[in-house]
Design a protein around this ligand. Structure first.
Ligand SMILES: Nc1ncnc2c1ncn2[C@@H]1O[C@H](COP(=O)(O)OP(=O)(O)OP(=O)(O)O)[C@@H](O)[C@H]1O
Ligand SMILES: [Mg+2]
Length: 499
């Protein structure tokens, strides 16, 4: 790709970017949220048309007209935001648009399709039932299905736009095995990720974008992670673990959960949250942490257990009740629960608090814009204006809009579920700063995170879950990656020895 240029109304998304990919190469594409990574890849796959520049593919000029055309030519993409049909089965999703039909007939050969999907999934080492409804799988598993779908075709180039953001460590290992296998077969891959540790594990070269410009391409083994960060954000960022809790021992308990049961993934959960505390919830993806949060928040049905807020027993039947009790829940799955993509930034930010922004029967437009502005600045949300549709923001900036939406409510107890997933290193430290500030103001935070460095950096205390139960509680002064991992895999090990 040579001197690729692209403008959207108000945004110069790509400025004369050069990019190349060799056969059998894994090329990392990194940069801050909104740097232009997804846009460059959407141009390569014909989703967006470039304004200027040239593309050469297999030594010939190439004009990708639309994603179907690119795919036909052997260029596949796995999108940042999952892009599949929740109500269809796994197999249907994999073969959508090219369903098998029985010879001459119009009937879909479901069984044949399921068998082929089963075959593909097992070849990829994925333990997924092809007849399962996609929407019932975890985000991580859905991602794996999307990968299976892409590699079920003959490809020259595979683009992976943040494929690992929602995957467990084991799933990441599986994915990297699949990628290595494709590499050995000569497939070139472009790997976009905010998890910078992955770059040295899997990629051959790395290109850094900054504000729509390429600031360089390097051989991965010749550049350090710190140097990459420096190229990305233009400064050095230090992330040190917290060494001691900043919560006084006699701090008031604001939330007490006792014997909470809600489905198979929330078993007998008891814990306390104190005023001004950041309580980390660690564990592997699928340990039941989000389910616990959803149960407390009234989003899922609770079978038994007690929830006390500020010392008083409460009965939270729905998220609306929860909010009335001063609870906020920032879901991990922003597309499903967090955002109205077809509304603009300001409406998304104030959506849940419209009542505070009325003027008699009218919405106070000015007040809404001002409030939205304030959060756009505070969280450094990259958007030309608060009137931009959220759909048009980059993935990480959409995540920040979800944050703003909850912060504006001024809740006392905030549950952050994977708050920095898909967020670049620079913005991450801004969000950490903000969380510390909120805790300093006496707000209490439950932070669910699958990234151990994040847990160790932010938490005053750590609760570890495994298979729907709490398997450990550690003060930050005694928490280490090892002690947390030990608890996080405890029940799995027990189950293994028992069977
Ligand atoms: N359809 C669109 N309309 C208007 N602006 C857009 C559109 N798509 C992207 N942009 C803007 O172009 C810029 C680059 O966005 P892009 O999605 O490529 O960023 P990114 O590097 O993928 O970021 P992230 O890490 O957050 O995913 C951003 O400022 C974004 O808001
Ligand atoms: Mg992106």
């Amino acid at each position: 790709m040579r001197t690729i240029d692209k403008r959207f109304s108000g945004v110069h998304a790509l400025k004369e970017v050069d990019f190349s990919l060799n056969a059998g190469e894994i090329h990392a594409l990194v940069g801050e949220n909104g740097a232009g990574k997804s846009t460059l890849m959407k141009i390569l796959t014909g989703i967006h048309q470039r304004d200027a520049g040239d593309i050469y593919y297999l030594n010939r000029p190439f004009d990708p007209r639309n994603p179907g055309h690119a795919l036909e030519m052997g260029i596949g993409i796995i999108h940042q935001e999952l892009n599949m049909m929740d109500h269809l089965t796994v197999a249907e999703n994999i073969f959508i648009g090219r369903e098998d039909t029985r010879s001459g007939g119009v009937f879909l050969d479901k069984r044949g399709q399921n068998e082929r999907a089963a075959d593909l999934l097992s070849r990829l080492g994925m333990n997924i039932d092809p007849t399962a409804t996609l929407g019932r799988l975890s985000v991580g598993k859905q991602q794996m299905v999307e990968i299976a779908k892409a590699v079920s075709r003959r490809l020259e180039i595979l683009i992976l736009d943040e494929p690992t953001a929602a995957l467990t460590d084991a799933e990441i290992d599986e994915l990297f095995t699949i990628m290595t296998d494709l590499k050995n077969r000569g497939v070139g891959m472009i790997h976009i990720s905010h998890r910078l540790d992955e770059i040295h594990r899997i990629t051959d070269r790395v290109t850094v974008l900054r504000d729509g410009e390429s600031v360089g391409t390097r051989v991965t083994s010749e550049i350090t992670k710190e140097e990459i960060i420096n190229l990305m954000v233009g400064r050095t960022i230090y992330e040190e673990p917290k060494s001691a809790s900043s919560v006084p021992p006699d701090a008031e308990v604001v939330l007490r959960v006792t014997g909470l049961n809600a489905g198979p993934m929330v078993r007998d959960i008891s814990f306390e949250l104190k005023r001004g505390e950041i309580l980390g919830f660690a564990g592997l993806i699928g340990a039941g942490r989000s389910e616990t949060a959803r149960a407390i928040f009234g989003a899922d049905e609770v079978q038994s257990g007690r929830i006390e807020i500020g010392g008083a027993p409460t009965s939270i039947q729905s998220p609306v009740d929860a909010v009335a009790h001063g609870l906020a829940y920032l879901s991990e799955d922003r597309k499903r629960y967090g955002l109205a993509l077809n509304l603009d930034v300001k409406d998304n930010v104030v959506m849940a608090t419209y009542r505070d922004f009325t003027n008699g029967p009218f919405l106070a437009k000015r007040k809404i814009s001002d409030a939205a502005h304030q959060y756009v600045n505070r969280l450094a949300i990259k958007t030309p204006s608060v009137d931009q549709l959220v759909r048009n923001l980059s993935g990480g900036n959409q995540q920040k809009v979800v944050l703003a939406k909850w912060l504006i409510r001024n809740c006392d107890i905030l549950i952050f579920d994977e708050p920095t997933r898909g967020i670049d290193v620079g913005a991450k430290s801004e969000i950490y700063h903000l969380m510390n500030e909120l805790a300093g103001q006496g707000k209490s935070i439950i932070m669910i995170s699958s990234e151990l460095p994040e847990i160790l950096r932010m938490s005053d205390r750590v609760i570890v879950m495994c298979e729907g139960r709490i398997t450990g509680e550690l003060d930050i002064s005694e928490a280490t990656q090892e002690s947390i991992m030990h608890c996080a895999t405890m029940r799995t090990q027990e189950t293994l020895t028992r069977s």
